[in-house]
Design a protein around this ligand. Structure first.
Ligand code: AMP
Ligand code: MG
Length: 331
C-alpha cells in the first residue's frame, strides 16, 4: 500500500499527480504558453513557481487525499530545462521537509513508458515510440536498462511541428492545429525522407517545407497533410525496425505528439500487419503530466528507491540524463 504524489516540471508543464496502489486519483496541470516564439526557460520556470501551490492544492482536493496521508514525493529530476527542473525540485524538497517524507527522483522519459502499464490489460514489455516536444526516441527494456534504439538527430518532432506551425502563422502549440488542417489536405507533396539507420533527422524537411511556403504554390492543408504522412512514416518505420530487432510484440505510444489520431492509426496498421499489439494511453497521460511521475514513483518507492529527508542533499536535478543511464532496479 503506497500513496505517492508526483511532480512534473521538466519543461512547459507544471503538473501534480496522486497515485495509490497503481490507481490515479488526481492528475492536474498547467502549461506555460506563448503567443509567438518558443519556450523561454526562465519564463517557464516563473510560470511553475507561480502555479505550483494552486496545482498542488487542486490535486489534493480532486483526490480527496489529506496532506498527511502522502507517503512519498516523486519528482521528475531529469532530463529537461534546468530552470524548470530547479523549481520542481525546490517545491518537492520543501514539501518533503514539511511532511517528513522521502523523495523519489524519476526520469521523465521512463515515466512516459512506465505509465503505459496503467492501461487496463496494458503492455508488459513494449517498445515505446516516445514523441514529445523536445524528445523523440524509440526505447525498450533490455538487460537492466531502458535502451535507446533510435532517436532524433536534430529537433524533437513536437518542436519541429510547432516551428512549422509558427511559420505558417497558426500559433502554439501547433500539433493539434496541423492535425486539423492535415485532415483537409488532398494532395501529397513530395518531401525529403530522412531515416538514417535507426535515427531520423527533421531540420532538412523543415527547411524544405519553409521554402515551399515561400513559393506559395501549395495550400496549408496539403503541406500539413504531407508533413504528417512523411514524418509519421519515418517514425513508424524506425519503431517497426525496433520491434523486429528486439523481437518484442507490443508497441506503446508516448508523448504529446502521440495525441495525433493519424499517427495512432499508422502505428495501429503497422502493428496489425506484424501481429503486434498497439497501446496508446489517454491524452492526459500522453502529454507531460504529474500522474506518470507518481505512477513510476510508486513502483520505485515499493522497492525502497527513495531518499529520506536527511539525505535530500544527495538528490539533484540532472538536465542531461540519458534514458540508458538509469539502472532499472524496480522491475
Ligand atoms: P509534450 O512535450 O510531450 O507535452 O508534447 C508537446 C508537443 O505535442 C507539442 O509540440 C505539441 O504541438 C504536440 N502535440 C499535441 N497534440 C498534438 C497533435 N494532435 N498532433 C501532433 N502534435 C501534437
Ligand atoms: Mg514529455
Amino acid at each position: 500500500m503506497a500513496l505517492i504524489l508526483g511532480i512534473e516540471s521538466t519543461a512547459h508543464t507544471f503538473g501534480v499527480g496522486i497515485v495509490k496502489n497503481r490507481k490515479i486519483l488526481a492528475n492536474l496541470k498547467d502549461s506555460y504558453k506563448t503567443d509567438s516564439g518558443g519556450i523561454i526557460p526562465m519564463e517557464a520556470a516563473k510560470h511553475h513557481r507561480e502555479k505550483s501551490k494552486e496545482i498542488y492544492e487542486g490535486a489534493l482536493k480532486i483526490s480527496g487525499v489529506e496532506e498527511n496521508e502522502i507517503q512519498g514525493i516523486a519528482i521528475s529530476n531529469a532530463p529537461g530545462l534546468a530552470p524548470c527542473l530547479v523549481e520542481g525540485m525546490k517545491f518537492a524538497k520543501e514539501l518533503s521537509k514539511k511532511l517528513k517524507i522521502p523523495i523519489i527522483p524519476v526520469n521523465h522519459c521512463i515515466a512516459h513508458l512506465e505509465v503505459g502499464s496503467s492501461i487496463k490489460n496494458g503492455p508488459k514489455d513494449p517498445v515505446m515510440l516516445y514523441v514529445s516536444g523536445a524528445n523523440t526516441q524509440v526505447i525498450a527494456y533490455s538487460s537492466g536498462k531502458y535502451r535507446i534504439f533510435g532517436e532524433i538527430l536534430d529537433i524533437g518532432v513536437g518542436n519541429f511541428i510547432d516551428n512549422f506551425a509558427r511559420h505558417i502563422g497558426i500559433g502554439f502549440p501547433g500539433g493539434p492545429k496541423v492535425e486539423i488542417l492535415a485532415a483537409n489536405g488532398k494532395n501529397y507533396i513530395e518531401l525529403p525522407y530522412k531515416v538514417k539507420g535507426m535515427d531520423i533527422a527533421l531540420s532538412g524537411i523543415l527547411t524544405n517545407l519553409k521554402q515551399k511556403v515561400e513559393k506559395k504554390k501549395h495550400n496549408k492543408e496539403d503541406l500539413c497533410y504531407s508533413l504528417q504522412e512523411t514524418v509519421f512514416a519515418m517514425l513508424v518505420e524506425v519503431a517497426e525496425r525496433a520491434l523486429a530487432h528486439t523481437g518484442k510484440k507490443e508497441l506503446l505510444l508516448g508523448g504529446g505528439v502521440g495525441c495525433n489520431k493519424r499517427l495512432q492509426e499508422m502505428c495501429r496498421i503497422m502493428c496489425k500487419e506484424r501481429g503486434c499489439e498497439f497501446f496508446v494511453p489517454e491524452n492526459s497521460l500522453l502529454v507531460d503530466n504529474g500522474a506518470m511521475i507518481a505512477f513510476l514513483g510508486e513502483k520505485m518507492f515499493k522497492k525502497g528507491i527513495k531518499f529520506q529527508e536527511k539525505e535530500l542533499h544527495k538528490v539533484d536535478i540532472q538536465p542531461r540524463q540519458r534514458t540508458d543511464e538509469v539502472e532499472v532496479k524496480w522491475k
